[in-house]
Write a protein that binds this ligand. Sequence first.
Ligand code: 5GP
Ligand code: SF4
Ligand code: MG
Length: 459
Amino acid sequence: MCGIFGVWGHQRAAALTHLGLYSLQHRGQESAGIVAVAPDGVARGVRKMGLVSEGFAAADVSPLHGPVAIGHTRYSTAGSSTIDNAQPVLARFREGHLALAHNGNLVNALEVRRELEDRGSIFSSSMDSEVLVHLMARSSAVKPEHRLADAMAKVEGASSLLVLIGSTLLAARDPRGWRPLVMGRLGDAWVFASETCALDIVGATVEREVLPGEIIAVDRDGVRSLQMPTLPLTRCVFEHVYFARPDSYVFGGSVDRARRALGRQLAREQPCPGADLVFAVPDSSNSAAVGYAEESGLRLELALIRNHYVGRTFIQPSQGDRDAKVKVKYNPVREVLAGKSVVMVDDSIVRGTTTRGLVALIRAAGAREVHMRVSSPPITGPCYYGIDTPSKEELIAANYTVPEIARRIGVDSLGYLSLEGMLAAVPDGPKGFCHACFSGEYPTAPPTTADRTPLVAAK
Ligand code: 5GP
Ligand code: SF4
Ligand code: MG
């Protein structure tokens, strides 16, 4: 996944973008970058591997002068973690520069890339997003927003985008509105971000969402909106379940409210009579556990403490020492757990490896019974649209039944939220959401696979 942030019309555009990226760090920790356009029209960019706090010093940002900037935090799968794949992409074409920051994943990027390569295009990265840069450069449209519309009409999949062409800032969402993108105001400046928490950090107010299929152009001529044809809405429900920050509003709804409602619905569907207390696996399930406690009447306890400073420098333990990773990240509170029958709430189970380690920790801390409740349905398929869920072989719920999963992770009982319950609980549900990784109902064909190395998703 990725986080994107952009500013138009503020003297300290790059510095604001730098701040905004801190708030979008949860959307991608692999690399970060900023491109700014100086008053003389020259675009400059910095891209670094790692966290914003690790990679970017004030000295990196201060040369990025000018009132217009875009930034990106990137998450990628292992192996594709190179600086060539960091964003924003900055390229030059006959009309000047073109920069792009992409959140989402295109499903037909390989096909489009092959067509472009057949016509002579040369690519400098393995990212799906680079095809958009080429398509924009090849467009014969005059206005920047039409150039982007031409490019977007040729791709399929998820894309929330921030693009710089000259000193025009473009913000766009794909015709299904897969990924979030909001527009904010800071004095006379316009600010765009994946989530509203990034507007908060710079003191901007929310103006509105960028609409599905909409391209907003901001430049000296003002703010223009171009509406492309839309397709049935498939906003990613996993943004509400896990991905977005609870202090954000995405798709016009509060993530905190969504997670609490998911937790309440979970308590109705999967109660746990006789338990002594409920606790969250911090941080992603905190709000869902609050909802579960509210609805069930069980006491909410802080039974697991998460170490936030483990960071990326921690060397992954060997397979045989798998639990060490969990132990470094989480520690149970014995005082709370000893002798108790407990409900552990988490937002999702992916491979089941973290969960198994956690359950072992909770038992070792003296819990009498461990009942797990999950505030989303079993994940049975991969995501092609920007979330880094693994392939079917690695997904525990694609391979085992719920009772088998309960045995494998070592809990006394396991209850998942139903698909209907999840979709009814999220703001503006139940219609208009993608739930393919839970339901198998994919809105598009799977991405083109290649006989050569597949394209890496920017995410
Ligand atoms: P598992 O037991 O499947 O190994 O891990 C479950 C945990 O992974 C949950 O706490 C859940 O919040 C978290 N999780 C869910 N989706 C993702 C994801 O896409 N990336 C990462 N890093 N963690 C995830
Ligand atoms: Fe979101 Fe799942 Fe759809 Fe991917 S497949 S976009 S994670 S709901
Ligand atoms: Mg979690």
